[in-house]
Design a protein around this ligand. Structure first.
Ligand code: C2O
Ligand code: CU
Ligand code: CU
Length: 486
């Protein structure tokens, strides 16, 4: 269903073109299908484009004015450097990332670089939370492919409310392979974080805590409800993050969508897709083919499950270029492991993995450094669970059970989060080859994570020694074991 042939794709495109011209509704479930607390305005506001964090500037967690509160005079929320989303961090592969971070909130927070392979003491795990009024210097080398990542708080038990109140920002890695492709950029590129939110009748943002996973009743794109933007009638690049606490979005558009990348960067080949399902923390990189649309046409980026037209795109004239989508985008080295699973994880209800709730002081398992392992994820109620692993990227091998019947096209290549659906079983291959020390596996439905659906594990060259050290730590307090390998 997701993967369609070129012929079907072209047929779909032509039909869509007719529908747009005739002003016919494209979805059976229109944008009004679901009552929303933030109605679509007659004139949509402009989509904000987050600015870059200037090099040398401290990244500050602080109170900010929420762009999505409808309270007269606005409302305080949480964010970074005055914005929601926060400023974008951009680094080049091979560079050393140096960043001072500061907590000016009245509660503890941490700075987690989701998608970046960081040493454990720079990873912003709950154990690395900063007390109010404190700062930290982050330093680690960037050795990974070009990709769209993000930063967000990860303090013990408070991640869901901090993210809900606005805390998130983009973290982009660029490399030469990606630059050489000359993908659409500048005016033809948009970086988007999708989420949902909920307002009280007063217009104030409220957090309707649900142990199953909090969802709101209207969408935000880059912190604004129902925005619009302009793109030229050429290819456009949309890089999208699902930054919601729990909502899964099903992305679709009237214009052809060509998938080129996901969490871990470029895929091997471009693929035409009709819909892309995105669980919290997942990212996709797509090209929107706007060639053939007349200036003045409106094209939507929508969510097929809710009928929300998340972003309205006004097509404007732009000079044709000779650029076309390369047949080959990248080469993905496949991890190899034909044996049975080395570990199995059952994600249960709203708060457990393998019958355990997270305990910050307990190490749940040890993983040998440099070895490819097969991990099996399954679920007993409470799904979907977007399963996220810190410290390494992984390759999805198979999905069985449930309604999806197999892997989705956006799950090839490298991932750091995979969407585990009801009754599904997913196998991944993973190899930790960068750092020794403590990492996390957890559900990225933030309420599940906060309520305990998370485990600590330790990557070690010498597992017996690591276990010994942990015993000593439990008795005498922290001992530094972080060591860089490459
Ligand atoms: Cu995006 Cu452990 O988190
Ligand atoms: Cu992460
Ligand atoms: Cu979950």
């Amino acid at each position: 269903m997701a993967l369609i042939s070129r012929r079907q794709w072209l047929a779909g495109t032509m039909k869509t073109g007719v529908a747009v011209a005739a002003g016919m509704p494209l979805f059976s479930r229109g944008p009004s299908a679901m009552p929303v607390s933030m109605p679509i305005p007659t004139i949509r506001p402009w989509l904000p484009l987050p600015t870059l964090l200037p090099p040398g500037r401290t990244l500050v967690a602080e109170q900010v004015r929420l762009p999505f509160s409808a309270l007269p005079g606005g409302q305080d929320g949480l964010g970074y450097n005055g914005g929601v989303p926060g400023p974008t961090i951009r680094v080049q592969n091979g560079q050393v990332f140096r960043q001072r971070v500061e907590n000016r909130l009245t509660q503890e927070t941490s700075f987690h670089w989701h998608g970046l392979v960081a040493p454990p003491d720079m990873d912003g795990q709950p154990a690395e939370a900063l007390a109010p009024g404190t700062a930290k210097d982050i330093v680690f080398p960037i050795k990974q492919r070009a990709s769209l990542n993000w930063y967000h708080p990860h303090p013990h038990g408070q991640t869901a409310t901090q993210v809900w109140h606005g805390m998130a920002g983009f973290f982009i890695v660029n490399d030469e392979e990606e630059s050489a492709l000359n993908l659409p950029s500048g005016d033809q590129e948009r970086i988007l974080v999708l989420r949902d939110a909920q307002l009280a009748s007063t217009g104030a943002l409220i957090y309707p805590l649900s142990a199953a996973g909090t969802e709101g009743d209207f969408p935000l794109v880059n912190g604004v409800a129902w925005p619009r933007t302009q793109l030229g009638n050429q290819f456009a690049r949309l890089r999208i993050l699902n930054g919601a606490n729990a909502r899964v979005f099903t992305l679709t558009s009237e214009a052809p969508l060509i998938l080129i990348g996901n969490d871990g960067g470029l895929l091997e080949k471009p693929m035409a897709v009709r819909e892309i399902e995105m669980a919290p923390a997942e990212r996709v990189d797509v090209l929107l083919d706007l060639r053939g649309y007349r200036a003045g046409t409106n094209v939507g980026l929508s969510c097929a499950t809710t009928g929300w037209r998340l972003l309205d795109i006004e097509v404007v004239d732009r000079q044709a270029t000779s650029w076309s989508i390369p047949d080959r985008l990248s080469t993905i080295e496949r991890l190899q492991h034909d044996g049975p699973p080395d570990r199995s994880f059952v994600f249960q209800e709203n708060e457990q993995i393998n019958n355990l709730r997270h305990d910050m002081s307990r190490i749940d398992f040890y993983v040998p450094l440099g070895k490819v392992e097969r991990w099996r994820f399954s679920t007993a109620r409470g799904a979907p669970h977007p399963v996220h692993v810190h410290g390494a990227h992984f390759q999805v091998q198979s999905r069985s059970g449930g309604v999806n019947r197999g892997m989705r096209v956006w799950e090839s290549g490298w991932k750091d989060t995979v969407h585990l659906g009801t009754h599904e079983e997913i196998d991944i291959l993973i190899k930790f080859d960068r750092y020794e020390g403590r990492y996390l596996i957890h559900c990225h439905k933030l309420e599940h994570e906060d309520h305990g659906m998370m485990m600590n594990f330790v990557v070690a060259r010498d597992i017996a020694r690591a276990q010994e050290l942990d015993k000593l730590e439990r008795l005498y307090g922290p001992i530094c074991t972080t060591a860089s390998v490459s």
